[in-house]
Design a protein around this ligand. Structure first.
Ligand code: AMP
Length: 492
């Protein structure tokens, strides 16, 4: 079955089951279908070539919009209205958007027509005809942080998506229409995709997390009050909840998947104590391979887990995926040695919108197309991959993927010089945070941060700035980032 056939069969089989719980309001599949049908009708008037964006929020219309676009066989492009306009304009320009679905009364974007996604056509038929189209067409394009200053558009096809679904089913997770899935991620972040696509394919309920207040505290509220049974989270949630874990019991949770960041053994042990009936699954993957594509076995205890530097193993490639470890010349390394993880298979993106980036990120090997992740790992004697860090300056802040080079790019432009370094340090609850170091003693930090806010999303903003003059250099004459990290960790 195709993805749309699966979702359509859920609309037919489970009209009265809850599809969503958003801000404590429930929406059945029947109610969702009316909204999807209305948005489909609204869009149906426009020519096939239109490129459609959605101003995504934590509301039913955002979800109905993306389903409606898929039911037209078209591609959706989520836009976070809270991101700086420069970034939004770059996304519009790179993806050729000409229509954006949004709430009425929004900030206008140049060259783009707004359509009101709250429009409802009374008495509209909710019997969907599934259009015939190539399953290799893009279902969505997500933009991730780009080291050259511009966000990178990752194209994910309908085939990639159904492959993720099928591979997840093949992992043997117990999932059916009685499940209640946590959906904690912003819709511009690929973790969200698993958390709504899988429930939509099986008729389960999607419990979203409010962005009003502290997000990770809201995650806990949803887990508890909505009796969530299946949760996909970034490990940072656990760091945030750590001091409360001894008091927490979540008997409804059966599966808790962690993705997006290294998962440490000690905190996993503490979390498992909260789950009398549940397990932990550490899964791994980049946006470019559709949410996650390596998975480790479910565990209910950490006593025999395989780790590297206390980080849980990321497991083995999922169904129809392949992972190899290569050296800097793209040759496979011998078993047991560290190499860069490269991915191939049914979940792999056709590439970025920008062809130039594809030349460096993808290569052919043994007649297969591989993607270079930038992640380092080694494989143990059982073929299990163990995560060992990154080869570049990509970091994760509360699950968000950030290129430190992108922050430096904007800062260099603002200061009109080169003397600036962005670094990741540990903040409260052991959570990653970004700090910047300037070399010029006369740097006006307040003014620079005001300017920076107009260029990058809030989660990329540094929490502190320092002036260190001159910047320390390593033996190659480059800025010594390690030395700076040491200085900052001492000064915290
Ligand atoms: P994103 O594209 O936002 O999903 O980020 C992908 C990156 O997150 C990967 O390249 C890894 O660096 C990191 N990542 C994802 N899952 C894991 C995991 N289970 N353990 C360690 N790092 C992970």
């Amino acid at each position: 079955m195709t993805l749309l056939e699966k979702i359509n069969s859920v609309f037919i089989r489970f009209p009265h089951r809850n599809a969503f719980c958003i801000e404590d309001i429930y929406y059945t599949y029947e109610e969702l279908a009316v909204k999807v049908a209305s948005i489909k009708q609204l869009l149906g008037k426009y020519p096939d070539e239109v490129r459609i964006g959605i101003q995504v929020r934590n509301d039913i219309e955002s979800y109905a919009s993306l389903i409606a676009i898929m039911f037209l066989g078209k591609t959706y492009i989520p836009i976070n209205p809270n991101h700086p306009i420069d970034r939004i304009e770059s996304i519009i320009q790179q993806s050729g958007l000409n229509i954006v679905l949004a709430k009425p009364g929004n900030q206008a974007y140049p060259g783009v027509m707004f359509l009101d996604y709250t429009t409802i056509y009374e008495g509209i038929s909710t019997t969907f005809e599934i259009p015939e189209f190539d399953q290799n067409n893009n279902a969505y394009i997500l933009f991730t942080s780009g080291s050259t200053g511009l966000p990178k558009g990752v194209q994910i096809s309908f085939h990639n998506l159904i492959s993720l679904y099928n591979a997840s089913v093949a992992l043997g997770y117990k999932m059916d229409e009685t499940d209640r899935f946590l959906q904690m991620a912003d819709l511009t972040f690929d973790l969200s995709v698993f958390s709504y696509i899988v429930p939509l394919c099986i008729g389960a309920c999607i419990c979203t997390v409010s962005d009003v207040g502290i997000k990770f505290t809201n995650v806990y509220k949803v887990l508890e009050t909505q009796n969530v049974t299946f949760a996909v989270m970034v490990p940072s949630v656990l760091n945030h909840l750590r001091q409360f874990l001894p008091e927490i019991t979540l008997p409804h949770i059966r599966h808790s998947l962690f993705c997006g960041e290294a998962l440490y053994k000690d905190i996993t042990t503490e979390w498992l104590r909260c789950l009398p009936n549940g397990s932990v699954e550490n899964v791994y993957g980049p946006t470019e391979a559709t949410v996650f594509c390596l998975a480790n076995d479910s565990i209910t205890s950490t006593s025999n887990v395989v780790t590297n530097n206390e980080i849980l193993a990321i497991g083995k490639p999922m169904q129809n995926m392949d992972a190899i470890l290569v050296d800097e010349n793209l040759n496979e390394v011998p078993d047991g040695e560290k190499g860069e993880i490269c991915l191939s298979g049914d979940q792999l993106t056709r590439g970025y919108l920008d062809e130039e980036r594809n030349k460096v990120a993808f290569f052919n090997y043994n007649n297969k197309r591989f993607y270079r992740t930038g992640d380092v790992a080694y494989k143990n004697e059982n073929g299990v991959f163990l995560y060992a860090g990154r080869i570049d300056h990509q970091v994760k802040i509360q699950g968000y993927r950030i290129e430190l080079n992108e922050i430096e790019f904007h800062l260099r432009r603002i200061i009109g010089g080169a003397g600036v370094v962005a670094l990741v340090t540990k903040g409260a609850n052991d959570l990653n945070q970004i700090e910047v170091v300037f070399e010029d003693k006369n740097t006006n930090i307040e003014h620079i941060f005001e300017e920076l806010k107009t260029k990058i999303p809030h989660y990329m903003m540094p929490v502190a700035a320092h002036i260190i003059s001159p910047l320390p250099l390593n033996a190659n004459g480059k800025t010594d980032r390690k030395a700076l990290e040491k200085i900052l960790s001492v000064s915290i």
